[in-house]
Each structure stands twice: as C-alpha cells, then as structure tokens.
Ligand binder design. Structure first.
Ligand code: PMP
Length: 351
C-alpha cells in the first residue's frame, strides 16, 4: 500500500542503553550503576514525602536543589542548571551551544549518545581519533570548530585527563563552548568546576546517576558561567518548564547534603576497582587504567563478544560494543565485592 506520509516521518538511529533485565539473581554490571543504595537521607525524604503536595507543579527553577549544589561547589545558584538526568542537560547543551556551521569535535571512541544528538539536532561533527593507548591528544583539538565535548574520564575507556590538559584545551578553544562531561569524575578524576569562573565558555556537566546512586531518580546538572547557564535556561523554558519533578528536587538536595556517605561509597567503589583490576589481570586480561566506576578490558586469547555472551548465559551482564577499534573490548561496571567475585569465578570457567 502506498503511504506517502511515511516519507515525512523522522528517521533516526537512537541511542541504545544497557539492558535492564528483571531476572532474579542477576549480577548487573552493564550500565555503570552504583551497587550501593543512595544516602539514608534520601530514604528519609521518600518516607516522609506528603503525596498531597504533588497536586501542585514543582518549582520550575528548582531552587531547593540549585541552592544545595551551589553551596556544595561554592558557586552562585545562577551558575547551576538542572535537568532530568545529565542526558537531558547534554541534549539541551547541544541545542544551546552547538549552533554554528563548523563541526563540533569529540573523540572517535566516546559516549555513543553524542552522534545521536548531532543527528537529531543536525549538528555537524568531526570525530578526533584517540591514540593507540586510547588517550586524548590535546593538540588534535587546535582547529576551527563549532564546539568541543569531552568526557572526563572518557567512556567507555575510563581514562581521565588532568586539569592542566583541560586548561590547555580551553586556552586553544576560546571561540567555542567547551563541554566537559563529568559523569564519572567522582571516582578519581580532576573536576573542571574549579575553572568555571576563569573560562566563561566552559560548561561542566555532572550526574547523580553514578556516584550518588540515583540513576532511577534522573538528576543531572551543569555548572558554568551565568552567560551559559542563562542560555540553557532560555532553551529549556522554550520546550518544558518542569523537567525536574518535586521528589527529585528534594531527594537530590538530601543527597548533596550528605557528603560523608557520598565519600564513603565512592571510596568503596574505588577500592573494589583496584582489587578487580588485579583479579582481571591475573586472569590474563589487559586492563586499561580507570578513573571511573568501570573497567575497560580485553583478553588476548578469547574474543570479547564470546566472553560477553557466555557471561550473559550465567546471568552476569556486562557491556559489549560492536564498534570500530573496541569490538574486542568489554566494559565492566564495578559492583560490590561479592558481585565481582561471582564475575571472576564465572570468567575462570569460561576462559
Ligand atoms: N555521560 C556519560 C559519559 C555517560 O556514560 C552517561 C550514562 N549513560 C551519561 C552522560 C548520562 O547519564 P544520566 O542521564 O543518567 O545522568
């Protein structure tokens, strides 16, 4: 049957997130989630929340949470932008700042949502190859561009760059907005938040999904100059005033105000990462240095895809990307010590 309207529909290849299975006894190490629960203060907010309040709209400006973040990072609340997960913040940042005809730049191996937003929003882009060790070379970004986006640490490789590197990048890209995606920064990399007052064109994006165990709550935020933040606000308020629901504003603030619990869980993940890197190396894996809550590994004798599939049969989920240069690598989220032990014994039998 001839259906001409089909030619008018948007055609797009969407981003594919890590599988969310409901299987019992699952060892879920495929979406870089935190294996620990959020702060007990978050539980308390949820326990005492008055459902009657939901009859009203939330504060469109999210001041309760903005103030908590502003205090945590010693910035003004007008330097904080909130979103429904950092994916929402990043998608809005692409719309707000990547508006020229020049291509934006990002690494060839990186967060696979970037090309999807470029496609959706018709942003021209150019990928910049990482070197053979999957490291970023700052001089590769010294060329005319419509903007730069770099995760620190990078995903799925887990490797971070220094603050000196980011400052160098900013000094050579003063005519564009530079976005540093710090989804995993709390697990050991250096944050660029310290530079936002010095560089008006720097936007730092963070999330509560990883280090604050709140992936299900969907809270992301950006920190930057008032110039950038007010532009983001204008774009957000041109499509949805209420991206943050009332419960997210309260639980997010409660999490930010519990620095002790935050540090403890991050330190525990880092300790398990160190131990896991050694255990995987002992099984023959090459393990990339990681400053994130995951490890990126490859095995000389067994194909990554075969390992991924064999683990999946045993209800152990990790992540495999069928992409150029990394199709023989596996990304393994750091779980609890007990979950990692199950992974190691399964790997021993598979190998
Ligand atoms: N940036 C990077 C590099 C990520 O890996 C992720 C998680 N998929 C995000 C941003 C988005 O996370 P969220 O939307 O949960 O904040």
């Amino acid at each position: 049957m001839n259906k001409p309207f089909l030619n008018k529909l948007r055609k797009i290849d969407p981003y594919v997130p890590g599988e969310q299975s409901q299987a019992a006894n699952l060892v879920k190490l495929n979406a870089n989630e935190n294996p620990y629960p959020p702060s007990p203060r978050v539980t308390e907010v949820l326990r005492t929340f008055d459902a009657a309040k939901l009859a009203l709209y939330p504060d469109a400006n999210g001041l309760r949470l903005k103030n908590a973040l502003a205090a945590r990072f010693s910035v003004k609340n007008t330097q904080v932008f909130l979103g429904n997960g950092s994916d929402d913040v990043l998608a809005l940042a692409f719309q707000s700042f990547f508006c020229s005809d020049l291509p934006i730049l990002y690494p060839d191996i990186t967060y696979s949502f970037y090309p999807v937003w470029c496609d959706l929003l018709r942003v021209p882009y150019e990928t910049v190859p990482l070197d053979d060790d999957f490291c970023v070379n700052v001089r590769d970004y010294d060329k005319p561009n419509g903007g730069v986006i770099l995760p620190n640490p990078n995903a799925p490789t887990g490797q971070g760059v220094t603050l000196d590197f980011i400052e160098d990048l900013l000094q050579h890209n003063a005519d564009s907005v530079v976005i540093i995606d710090e989804a995993y920064v709390d697990f050991g990399a250096q944050s660029a938040v310290a530079l936002i007052d010095k560089y008006e064109n720097l936007l730092v994006v963070q999330t509560m999904s990883k280090s604050r165990s709140l992936a299900g709550q969907r809270i992301g935020y950006a920190l930057g100059s008032e110039t950038l933040i007010s532009t983001l606000e204008a774009v957000k308020n041109s499509y949805n005033s209420y991206t943050m629901d009332m419960i997210a504003l309260e639980t997010g603030a409660a999490s930010v105000e519990d620095e002790t619990y935050f540090r403890q869980t991050c330190d525990q993940v880092i300790a398990t990462r160190t131990r896991s890197a050694k255990a995987l190396a002992a099984l023959g894996f090459t393990v990339l240095p990681s400053q994130s809550n995951f490890l990126f590994v490859t095995h000389p004798n067994k194909a990554a895809k075969a390992i991924f599939e064999a683990l999946r049969k045993q209800n152990i989920f990790i992540r495999y990307f069928s992409l150029p240069r990394i199709d023989n690598y596996l990304r393994i989220t750091i779980g609890t010590d007990e979950q990692m032990d199950k992974l190691f014994s399964a790997l021993k039998s598979i190998l």
